[in-house]
Design a protein. Structure first.
Lengths: 690, 258, 323
């Protein structure tokens, strides 16, 4: 007997017609819903995400195929979803194969039918195994969601008072999705089992699961009724499947399509390189959804409420009214309400509309709470880009003058003096006075390394000794370096992220004017924030130079070993990756190499490298008033606690000036003075040299 | 209500102020000028009054240098007109002379209410607003921190601040000059992009200053840093050491026990 | 007449302000140098009794009228202008306060007399008058030669010892009715007292004062701890009160309270002249500020150049432990 299967086994003709009619209906409902969604996305502005299309396709195929974004730091869940994904794909392709063979090839020339023989055997075993992965994966997800109940799946919102909203709709959608898929999978096996127990062709041993299900039916004694049960079961399975198809565009199932597109069109520089305001644009930032790009509208639908951004966010973790997840979901609800393409099951809330997105749909305090640490973007498995959206909405708030009073004061100081401390420009180079040598003025003579020092390192009295240490170490290691003295202005990274795009461009212009006249080979910086903007954003304005962090340059010099160490250090040290050095500029190994070379024993905290936990100062937060819930430790206090979990840890090593201030304070305010020392890497380097 | 806000640029006190070689004037080479902070409050109060009760806001300034950006910023904040009064003012102007010039220029500008900063850091010969009012024979009230229209638009209620937190509420017939100490809200922020846009799309009005024969009535013979006769004894050391020292000092004086 | 020195007496609710005595003391000195009389000018309604306190002067000119009962810039200016025009004194001293500002500059404008404001000192030598004004936020002092047969000097509070003006004496009192003012363009409505605070900072022996260096309202409890440890109260500079972080009753300075505690700890206060005016009389002043050039260190007895968050909690702890 040739291995094959009868399609529409035991079907009277009217039932076959009914099936095709219902299929057509389901597909129509699907197409309508899909069209509504596409229409919504088309309302957005252009986004220019199609460059390097082949590279994109390759990249997306690899990451989706391997589920790298899902298994990252969450292996069990990633593997379960891998099973669901590949199982679904296999089952889908399997159904398409039957359709091609039966509805197309058979009508052209029955002799060309291919769904038989060896092909059929391999088909059967593949689908049975992957189908099992599908069902088991779903079961694992159910167990995780309803039994383990991880914090990531807690839908309570930090940006709204409890009771003012209800996410019962979301919970219902989750349930419906899971159970629908699960029952489709399960009924598939039941139907297969019934067919096999009725006919028992020997080749069906290749349907490894179905064969066992058939055995179970035998045990249960239903083999006698197998045929009517099979017909009934087939219909249940078909109706569930068709219902699912129709339901896709009106539910969280949309993520199956949207997320693939979202990963395909992602911007690798999202957040690192923010978009400038288009030339001649009157208003700054996003006022309504019409200002969003199609990719941003797509982002809103991509969210599956997995909660990874929610748990990664330092603002949320310290009681601030911001959850990246809830920002996206709130915008989605708004988009569905105003542009259509809605989900059937919703969040309900007493939303008072004032028509505005920034400061209306999304509260101003939510937008101001963000530190732009990029943990949300990094954690998101489906490529949502939260931070650029937040900045665009902040631009609107700035345009309206709706600023926290402290922030306004700082922006005015930056505008007037070029630094956030409100001190005279002439004092920027004052820190050099404690040095036994003169630091070259890069405006007046050529240097190899132009050291862009940064505001905090230059003006903060408690940090100036560290800046001098950097100069001494540079000198000791023979670097030919110079600084811009009064010519340097704040690089503007955080000014841009606060949403004051005009001031940002003014600072860039001033810096570029001075840099344009100076002669140097590369820029070296000790400030990760400046590093990011100099490297990724200045080129757009005409400033293209090589930029590196001091750890990269010093790492090279120390490795070359030309300067002997007077001593080696001892003890356990942990290294905190600054956000702007890890997630933004991806310099994670150079500082570690240096630490190890110094003799310290490096023990990592749980959250390290791209998963580092922000100190809370970025995105202009260090310039704003506190909006967190009192009683909940600050992000920096939480980080110190994380470090203290390392046995015998002595040093908490950082490589960013703002980190030094934040963590020194955190050690004090959390009452751990004496237990752990906060050290800038440069201090440790200086200790071993000489 | 037509509100006029004369503003002036003053040396930015953030910079070190140096005396020039003559010993009688400021060394203007490293000087940075900024708008008088109280004038910002006056403008804010004017804009808030306009928003609530309608009218126009006109800003005036003598061209003492670096004044263009300030006037554009005032326009960006919402002022309707900005007028630069040109003349030889780069080396500073006495308040009496400034008041005389402003008084003449105001002859052609409708003004119901003149709001100006209560004082400025270089008002050695008095406050411009009050001198201006005297020249125009208008009623004036200084150190005002609350302005509301009254009497059907023919007067305003102003709150004058005295020491000890006491305030007097006065009703002042218009036209009048008020010296603003603090606007009812902090001066608003003018986004840089808005200021730049205003610079591109709007022009400042210019008026040549009429010649005036008014002097300050006194001439500076010497400008110098005050002798800091008493200077604190600075306690050095780590926070721990400093705190100990302070406890000792306080204990000595009976404010603490050792 | 031409050599006389006139002092405009400032008073509120029946109390003569200290600045008036400061001016009388200085006026006496100037009158000696000029060889003229020291005249006190007292305006109001039902204030004749206050003349008894003005013994330092040779004569008190009292101008009383219903329109002068409450201070208004217009009525008072007009009354004073009449007296001054008639007497043409060499120097007229006016307080550099809210009330005095309108009078000083207003009279200068109306009478055409020269004016030096923000005066810390004045000298009359051989008929030449030199006024010393404090300008640019107190960073510079300007000595100026003053022109004219008559001039007005507006004097900053705290420039001269008030005691010198509280001499006993029997000045002759002259009553001069003010010129009629039928339609005053400025009309007094009412006096608003500050909300009764829990604490009268002028009565506290120990004050711990916060300024902009505190950065955020949430940090005030840190300083509150110190105040409690010292058994004192919290006060503040103007910016803190303007932001609403502490009530107006806690404000120390020119438009707040003048305090003379035994101990004044200035935390994160830079020392603008308006603030110093309100606390320079304290017996022991300790200042903590990150800026070594902050003017507060010119009036403080002890200073700490440091971040207040480094020192204050430690200090509070040690004081508590020692109790």
């Amino acid at each position: 007997m040739v291995p094959a299967r009868e399609v529409f086994r035991n079907f009277p003709a009217p039932l076959i017609v009914a099936f095709y009619l219902l299929s057509a209906l389901a597909i129509l409902v699907f197409c309508y819903g899909a069209w509504l969604r596409i229409r919504k996305y088309r309302r957005g502005r252009p986004a220019h995400r199609t460059a390097h299309l082949w590279r994109r396709l390759g990249g997306a195929a690899t990451s989706i195929g391997s589920h790298s974004t899902l298994t990252k730091r969450n292996v069990a869940t990633g593997v379960a979803h891998f099973g669901i994904f590949w199982g679904f794909v296999a089952l889908f392709i399997g159904t398409v194969i039957i359709m091609i063979d039966y509805d197309m090839v058979r009508l052209v020339n029955p002799a060309w039918r291919f769904w038989r023989g060896t092909f059929y055997l391999w088909y059967s075993i593949t689908l049975d195994v992957l189908g099992a992965a599908f069902v088991v994966g779903l079961g694992a997800m159910m167990a995780r969601r309803w039994w383990v109940r991880p914090g990531a799946l807690d839908y309570s919102r930090p940006d709204r008072a409890a009771g003012s909203y209800s996410r019962a709709g979301y919970v219902a959608d989750d349930r419906l999705f899971l159970w629908l898929l699960f029952w489709i999978g399960l009924t598939g096996y039941l139907v297969e089992g019934l067919r096999i127990t009725a006919d028992r062709p020997a080749f069906e041993r290749w349907s490894v699961v179905g064969w066992q299900v058939a055995n179970l039916f035998d045990l249960a004694g239903v083999t006698g009724f197998a045929n009517p049960l099979h017909l009934a079961g087939w219909w249940v399975h078909a109706l569930l499947a068709l219902a699912f198809v129709a339901y896709i565009p009106y539910s969280k199932a949309i993520h199956m399509v949207v997320d693939i597109a979202n990963l395909l069109f992602k911007d690798e520089r999202a957040g690192k390189r923010l978009p400038a305001v288009p030339e001649g644009a009157e208003a700054q930032g996003y006022e309504t959804l019409a200002d969003f790009t199609w990719k941003e509208l797509l982002d809103l639908d991509a969210c599956t409420k997995c909660g990874r951004c929610h748990t990664a966010c330092p603002a949320r973790a310290s009681g601030a009214p911001l959850s990246p997840r809830d920002l996206i979901l709130e915008l989605r609800e708004h988009a569905e309400a105003t542009l259509g393409g809605s989900s059937w099951l919703h969040e309900t809330s007493g939303r008072e509309g004032n028509g505005k997105v920034a400061g209306g749909v999304i509260k101003a305090e939510t937008l101001w709470a963000c530190t732009t640490c990029l943990a949300c973007v990094e954690a998101c498995p489906v490529g949502i880009e939260h931070v650029p959206l937040i900045v665009q909405l902040r631009r609107r708030l700035v345009g309206e003058g709706a600023l926290d009073a402290n922030l306004q004061g700082v922006l005015e100081k930056l505008g007037r003096y070029g630094n956030s401390f409100g001190q005279s420009e002439r004092l920027r180079g004052r820190w050099t006075q404690g040095l036994p040598f003169k630091v070259k003025d890069a405006r007046k003579e050529p240097v190899e390394y132009l050291w862009f020092v940064g505001d905090y390192a230059s003006y903060d009295p408690s940090l100036q000794e560290l800046t001098r240490a950097v100069a001494r170490v540079f000198q000791r290691l023979g670097l030919d370096f110079g600084i811009l003295y009064d010519g340097e202005k704040n690089a503007g990274n955080d000014v841009r992220r606060v949403g004051e795009e005009g001031l940002y461009q003014l600072l860039v212009e001033k810096n570029l004017a001075v840099l344009g006249k100076a002669q140097f080979k590369e820029i070296i910086t000790t400030d990760p924030h400046s590093y990011n903007t100099l490297r990724f954003e200045y080129p757009e304005f005409g400033g293209a130079f090589r930029v590196r962090h001091y750890t990269e340059v010093l790492g090279e010099r120390l490795a070359a070993g030309r300067v002997p160490f007077a001593r080696r250090l001892e003890g356990v040290a942990t290294y905190h990756d600054p956000c702007y050095l890890s997630r933004y500029t991806e310099v994670t190994e150079a500082p570690r190499e240096i630490l190890k070379r110094l003799g310290l024993m490096l023990v990592e905290m749980g959250r390290n490298r791209a998963n580092s936990f922000c100190c809370g100062a970025g995105g202009g937060r260090i310039w704003m008033g506190d909006t967190r819930t009192p009683g909940i430790p600050t992000p920096s206090e939480q980080r110190i606690r994380e470090a203290l979990e390392i046995p015998d840890v002595r040093y908490f090593v950082v490589a960013c000036p703002k980190d030094v201030t934040m963590y020194r304070d955190a050690v004090k305010t959390s009452g751990h003075e004496g237990r752990i020392e906060v050290k800038e890497l440069i201090e440790l380097i200086e200790q071993v040299l000489e | 209500m037509n509100i006029v806000v004369p503003v002036k640029m003053v040396p930015d006190l953030v910079e070190e102020l140096e005396v020039d070689a003559t010993g009688r004037a400021l060394d203007r080479s490293f000087l940075k000028l900024r708008i008088n902070e109280f004038d910002e409050h006056a403008l804010e109060e004017a804009l808030l009054l306009k928003a609530k009760h309608g009218g126009t806001v006109t800003v005036l300034a003598l061209d003492t240098g670096e004044v263009d950006e300030t006037l554009f910023t005032c326009l960006a904040k919402g002022a309707d007109r900005a007028i630069k009064i040109t003349g030889q003012f780069q080396d500073g102007v006495s308040s009496h002379a400034a008041a005389a010039v402003l008084a003449r220029v105001l002859g052609s500008i409708p003004h119901d209410l003149i709001l100006t900063g209560v004082q400025a850091a270089d008002d050695r010969d008095g406050q411009v607003g009050i001198l201006l009012a005297s020249t125009l024979d208008l009623p004036h009230v200084s150190v005002v921190s609350g302005v509301e229209p009254a009497a059907g638009g023919k007067a305003v209620t102003a709150r004058q601040e005295y020491a000890g937190g006491i305030m007097a509420e006065l009703e002042v017939d218009l036209p009048a000059v008020l010296g603003i100490q603090a606007a009812r809200e902090a001066p608003r922020y003018a986004p840089v992009s808005k200021v730049r846009q205003v610079m591109k799309t709007q022009k400042l009005e210019e008026v040549a200053a009429p010649a005036v024969e008014v002097g300050a009535g006194s001439t500076v013979s010497r400008l110098a840093k005050p002798e800091t006769g008493g200077r604190a004894e600075i306690l050095e050391g780590s926070p721990e050491e400093v705190a100990d020292r302070l406890v000792a000092i306080l204990a000595e004086r009976g404010f603490a026990k050792r | 007449m031409a050599n006389d020195i006139a002092v405009v007496i400032e008073h509120l609710e029946g109390k003569v302000a200290d600045i008036s005595f400061e001016m009388l003391g200085k006026g006496r000195e100037l009158a000696k140098a000029s060889g003229g009389q020291l005249l006190a000018l007292l305006l109001g309604h039902g204030v004749k009794g206050l003349a008894a306190e003005l013994g330092c002067a040779d004569g008190v000119i009292v101008s009383e009228h219903e329109t002068l009962r409450h201070y208004t810039p217009e009525a008072h200016k007009q009354a004073l202008a009449a007296i001054l025009k008639a007497r043409a004194p060499r120097v007229t001293l006016v307080a550099n306060t809210a009330m005095g500002m309108d009078l000083a500059a207003g009279l200068s404008g109306s009478l055409g007399w020269s004016l030096c404001a923000y005066c810390r000192d004045a000298r009359l030598t051989d008929g030449r008058l030199t006024a010393v004004s404090q300008i640019y936020g107190g960073k510079l002092l300007a000595d100026a030669d003053v022109e004219g047969p008559s001039t007005i000097l507006s004097i900053l509070a705290g420039s001269f010892p008030a005691e010198a003006g509280k001499a006993a004496g029997n000045p002759r009192v002259e009553e001069v009715p003010p010129p009629p003012l039928d339609k005053p363009r400025i009309r007094f409505k009412r006096l608003i007292q500050p909300e009764a605070g829990d604490v009268d900072i002028t009565r506290q022996a120990v004050l711990v004062s916060v300024g902009r260096g505190i950065q955020s309202k949430d940090n005030i409890p840190v300083v509150e701890e110190l105040a409690q440890a010292l058994g004192g109260a919290l006060s503040a500079s103007r910016p803190i009160v303007d932001q609403g972080w502490l009530p107006k009753t806690r404000q120390v300075g020119k438009s707040g309270m003048t305090v003379k505690p035994k101990l004044y700890v200035a935390v994160g206060i830079s020392g603008a002249p308006e603030h110093i005016e309100g606390m320079r009389g304290a017996e022991l002043i300790v200042a903590i500020n990150t800026d070594p050039n902050a003017p507060i260190f010119n009036v403080a007895h002890y200073g700490v150049v440091s971040d207040l968050f480094d020192v204050i909690p430690l200090l509070a702890e040690k004081l508590k432990a020692s109790k």
